[in-house]
Ligand binder design. Structure first.
Ligand SMILES: O=C(O)C(=O)Cc1ccc(O)cc1
Length: 394
């Protein structure tokens, strides 16, 4: 299959009637509104930071007579009962060709190749359903468009203060899906077969045939990862597929499935080039982040590991930032041998509380210093922090 998909053009979030999030994304996360489309029944607002664009879709009228499937341009209506990130748009060279390939693979295409134009030119797009829960993909060719966003949207003037607020977010680093039992392998196969995505091994401990299995000390999860056809792991956007292996359902993956009403997008990693300054600015703006267990910084030589990476353990602890030097994933072919690099590559991460009232969708800041995968220590710390949070919510 010759399709070539590049990094996500936007991630689309849908909110039920009377729920709003666009203002929060603008005011607390400091994303800049760039374009809007409004009809009597829906509002679609595109907000950008670096090359990361969220399209926020809001219902302005109640269902069931509220929306038809065509109300949301460049998307379909997942008819949400809660906030959900249900569409990832990829730029594609040949929309009709990819749509034909998807149909030959048995995929459903709720929107066949369609042209939209305005004074700035024209685009062609189609929407395909994935096999993961409510997730669909808009496939978009905008090589013939010169406007600021997309035809049908009105541009919004950028606020002059935007560039000087200390928040350095450059692009989408990864999108993490939660799948049901057995679902990660099926999703991996689907993205390889339909979109030509390549397997990406997340950690030197990952065995290609099994995936990255995290077990013991309360965590029980399987992770598999993919990346698009054009980028390298260091700068591209990865798809991470997570599945719980736990016997009791009290963990963030099973809780997502239960509260979201099925599989879907659990979180989006936003790449930052300065996690300390960005976290501080967002905290001051009102964003709530998970606090890792206090022992995270004091046990197992973590303070030395942080100092060895050239960072300050005290400062990371104050902000709640996690650091891992074992996150040395690589482009993997099954059977490939992985050796740990002796150089000091590491990453830093911090996770927000769930964005909506349910324990479903959240955001992450990730600052990669040469490490393209994920480290076990950070995932464990996140699980423990979420467990404490969920216990407090009860
Ligand atoms: O660390 C990350 O950002 C990941 O994407 C891995 C991951 C996946 C699922 C979880 O519930 C927690 C962590």
């Amino acid at each position: 299959m010759a399709a070539s998909l590049s990094r996500p053009c936007f991630i689309s979030l849908h909110l039920p009637y009377r729920q709003r999030w666009a203002q929060d994304l603008a005011n607390t996360f400091r994303f800049q509104p760039v374009a809007v489309r409004e009809t009597p029944r829906v509002r679609q607002l595109a907000l950008r930071r670096g090359s990361a664009v969220f399209l926020i879709n809001e219902h302005l009228a109640p269902g069931p007579t509220g929306t038809s499937s065509h109300d949301f341009l460049y998307d379909i209506d997942p008819r949400p009962t809660l906030g959900t990130a249900s569409n990832v748009c990829f730029e594609v060279d040949d929309v009709p060709g990819l749509c034909k390939h998807l149909q030959s693979q048995g995929c459903s295409l709720p929107v066949p190749p369609t042209e939209v134009r305005d004074d700035g030119g024209s685009v062609t797009y189609g929407v395909a359903s994935s096999i993961v829960g409510n997730v669909s993909h808009t496939l978009l060719d905008r090589s013939r468009y010169w406007g600021p966003f997309l035809p049908g949207f009105q541009p919004i003037e950028e606020a002059p203060s935007a560039a000087r607020d200390g928040i350095e977010i450059t692009h989408f680093d990864h999108i993490t899906y939660v799948c049901p039992r057995g679902g990660t392998r099926a999703a991996l196969d689907w993205y390889q077969r339909c979109f030509g995505f390549r397997r990406f091994l997340l950690n030197p401990q990952e065995r290609p045939a099994e995936g990255y299995v995290l077990g013991g000390q309360g965590v029980s999860m399987l992770l598999l990862a993919l990346q698009d056809t054009q980028d390298t792991p260091a700068c591209g956007c990865k798809l991470v597929l997570a599945e719980s292996l736990s016997e009791d359902g009290a963990n963030q993956v099973d809780t997502f499935l239960e509260q979201h009403g099925g599989a879907g997008i659990q979180h989006v990693g936003l790449c930052t080039t300065d996690i300390v300054t960005t976290t501080r600015a967002l905290q001051q703006g009102g964003v709530h982040f998970f606090t890792p267990p206090a022992t995270y910084y004091s046990q197992g030589g973590k303070a030395e590991e942080i100092r060895g990476a050239g960072q300050d353990p005290q400062m990371l602890a104050e902000l709640g930032i996690l650091l891992d030097t074992t996150a040395l994933g690589h482009m993997g072919q099954p059977g490939a041998h992985v050796t740990q690099s002796p150089s000091q590559e590491y990453l830093m991460q911090i996770f927000t509380h769930p964005i909506f009232s349910e324990e479903t969708f959240f955001l992450e800041l990730i600052d990669r210093r040469g490490a393209p995968g994920f480290g076990e220590g950070n995932i464990r710390a996140l699980w423990k922090a979420v467990q404490v949070y969920m216990d407090q919510q009860q």
